[in-house]
Design a protein around this ligand. Structure first.
Ligand code: HEC
Length: 287
């Protein structure tokens, strides 16, 4: 747990913003929690009423293992991967920003959210079509964005847009055009069939997200980089405890071409053995 916690701390510290609570809130909570009105979840003002200063531990507990209170709202995804210290920072931050602020009754939902200034790429939870409610939008340079689903633990698709204000209301964000790349294989990792992946969080390597997840006892790190100049998507995988040999099913829709630095690529199936799986890169190039 400690190691995961340290990893999940890195992105929040590496933000230029001096308030780690604000940075962590903007990445992980803002898609569902606004300052003074109910959006997908309750406002920060209402959360601060239920969880004042002396209820920090209960606040952290909820975020790690959310319950179900309001039948009109969806179930909140667990934020356990963030670690207690980040959640504590968010609690400090929300107590600070809600001071003297009143919840706006009757102004719930459909409120435009002011867009914070951001350096690209950046990662945030967003409601995206054809993905689970616990999905990240990765907004890259070069008007390109990716959807990475933390429930299925896989890349879903890429679309053309540098739009950063993804969630302005509780509806799913409308992509401006259909995705130009969609991963279509029902199972990505051959050893994942019938198994539920466990998401452990992400850290940023030169601002690029590296996702960390686990399928049974196989641990996977997946760094997803978009290179705008060459229109290529690089996915660097590092695998701990892989099976002796396995396949990755790369079936897709879209004009991109796959290549790899390890293993054998046969149409849309990449075969690897354990030694090669320690670290390898799958490249997807677009015309
Ligand atoms: C995908 C949407 C979503 C995200 C992301 C999300 N939440 Fe929530 N959250 C909800 C919903 C929906 C509820 C209300 C659940 C209910 O009442 O049943 C909620 C409720 C809460 C509550 C109130 C619990 C109570 O006892 O009333 C807290 C505290 C909270 N969230 C903290 C957080 C924090 C901290 C983050 C970010 C680290 C976060 N949430 C991210 C959807 C989300």
């Amino acid at each position: 747990m400690t190691r995961i916690f340290l990893l999940s701390l890195i992105p929040y510290l590496s933000f230029a913003n001096p308030d780690p609570g604000e940075a962590a809130y903007q990445t992980n909570c803002i898609a569902c929690h606004q300052l003074d009105f109910t959006s997908v979840g309750p406002s920060l003002v209402n959360i601060a009423k239920v969880y004042p200063k002396e209820k920090k531990a209960e606040f952290i507990q909820w975020a790690i293992k959310p319950g179900k209170k309001n039948p009109l709202l969806i179930e909140m995804p667990s934020m356990a991967h963030m670690g207690e210290e980040n959640l504590a920072h968010i609690h400090d931050y929300l107590l600070k920003v809600t001071k003297g602020v009143k919840h706006k009754k009757g102004k719930d939902q459909f409120q435009p959210v002011p867009e914070p200034k951001r350096d690209l790429p950046y990662v945030r939870y967003a409601f995206l079509p054809e993905s689970s409610p616990a999905s990240f939008a990765i907004i890259y340079e070069g008007e390109t964005s990716a959807c990475w689903d933390t429930e299925a633990c896989r890349l879903r698709y890429l679309w053309k847009s540098g739009q950063t204000r993804l969630v302005t209301h509780r509806d799913v964000y409308d992509l401006p055009a259909p995705p130009f790349h969609i991963e279509t294989s029902p199972v990505f990792w051959s050893f994942a069939a019938g198994k539920r992946p466990r998401y452990h969080g992400f850290n940023l390597i030169q601002r690029q997200p590296e996702f960390h997840y686990q399928i049974a006892d196989v641990e996977i790190r997946e760094l997803v980089i978009w290179k705008p100049a060459s229109k290529t998507l690089l996915r660097r995988f590092k695998i701990t405890n892989p099976p002796a040999s396995f396949q990755i099913h790369l079936a897709k829709q879209g004009a991109g071409t796959f290549s790899t630095d390890k293993g054998t690529l046969d149409s849309s199936t990449l075969s690897l053995h354990a030694e090669q799986a320690r670290e390898f890169t799958i490249t997807l190039s677009f015309p």
